[in-house]
Structure formats: structure tokens, C-alpha cells
Design a protein around this ligand. Structure first.
Ligand code: THU
Length: 145
């Protein structure tokens, strides 16, 4: 992973955190996603009075990048004011696994603690597109499919 300044990316994630909309949890989270184009897409959590409508910082960054035409993800940094480097939620792990399974992912807190990982490490034995393909192939073999 040459030429990727993960700490510069983390600084951008901190900036994004400052823009979070988190009136319910009061737990702002920031993310910054570096793409192969060289562009960095920020993400922050955007909460809602209907709590499950909330989107996390990680998925916000990924959605913004995909909407801009990006498909090649180089690295992501995520930060929150947490007791440990912020652990992504299960939904975000699933979405990260789909879009960037091997991407270096720097998780951090404001105290300077960090954990460098990957989506695949965070979600071992996760459900993936190839599992659907196998299911489709299997259905094709059955007479009553
Ligand atoms: N949250 C994120 O945005 N990313 C994470 O990695 C952990 C959780 C948000 C969701 C919600 O707005 C708030 O943090 C508390 O769960």
C-alpha cells in the first residue's frame, strides 16, 4: 500500500466528524474514503427521529463515492470519541465487505488509539455475491426451480 498517508486520511475523517448530524446519540462519527482516482470522499453519521433510518459515517462515504462513479477503493479512516478505536457496526461491515474487502481500514478514537484492519478481517465468513451465484446455480439444477 505505497503512497497512502493514512494519517492524512484520518485528519479528513476528523473534519467529516465535525459535520455529523447526531442529535440523538450525540456520538458523531467521521470517515474519509480514498479512491483510486485520488479523490477522498467524506462521510459522517446522519441520524433520524426514526432511529433505524440513520446512516453511519462509513456507509455515507461509500455511497457518496459510488454515486460519483467510484468503484476502486484504496483506504478508509474512521474516527469517533470512543473508548477504543471505533468498531464499525454490523451493517457497515457487510457493505464494506461487498465493496472493498481487502481495503486497509484505519479505525481510531480522539485519544489517538488506532487499529488497522480490513473489512474481511472484521467480517469473517461473511455473506458475499458469490454465495448468491452458488444459490442461483443450485436452483438451476432443480426441476421445480
Ligand atoms: N456510527 C457510525 O456512524 N459508525 C460506526 O462505526 C459506529 C456507529 C453511528 C451510528 C449512530 O448515529 C451513532 O454512531 C451511535 O450508534
Amino acid at each position: 500500500m505505497p503512497d497512502v498517508d493514512l494519517h492524512a486520511l484520518l485528519a479528513l475523517a476528523r473534519n467529516a466528524r465535525a459535520r455529523a448530524y447526531a442529535p440523538y446519540s450525540r456520538y458523531p462519527v467521521g470517515a474519509a474514503l480514498l479512491c483510486a482516482s485520488g479523490k477522498v470522499y467524506p462521510g459522517c453519521n446522519v441520524e433520524n427521529a426514526a432511529y433505524p433510518a440513520t446512516i453511519c459515517a462509513e456507509r455515507a462515504a461509500l455511497a457518496a463515492a459510488v454515486a460519483a462513479g467510484e468503484r476502486d477503493f484504496v483506504a478508509m479512516a474512521v474516527v469517533a470519541d470512543a473508548q477504543r478505536p471505533v468498531p464499525p457496526c454490523g451493517l457497515c461491515r457487510q457493505v464494506l465487505l461487498e465493496l472493498a474487502p481487502e481495503m486497509p481500514l484505519l479505525l481510531a478514537n480522539l485519544a489517538g488509539e488506532e487499529r488497522l484492519t480490513t473489512p474481511r478481517e472484521l467480517l469473517p465468513f461473511g455473506f458475499e455475491a458469490r454465495d448468491l451465484s452458488e444459490a442461483a446455480a443450485w436452483r438451476g439444477r432443480t426441476p421445480d426451480a
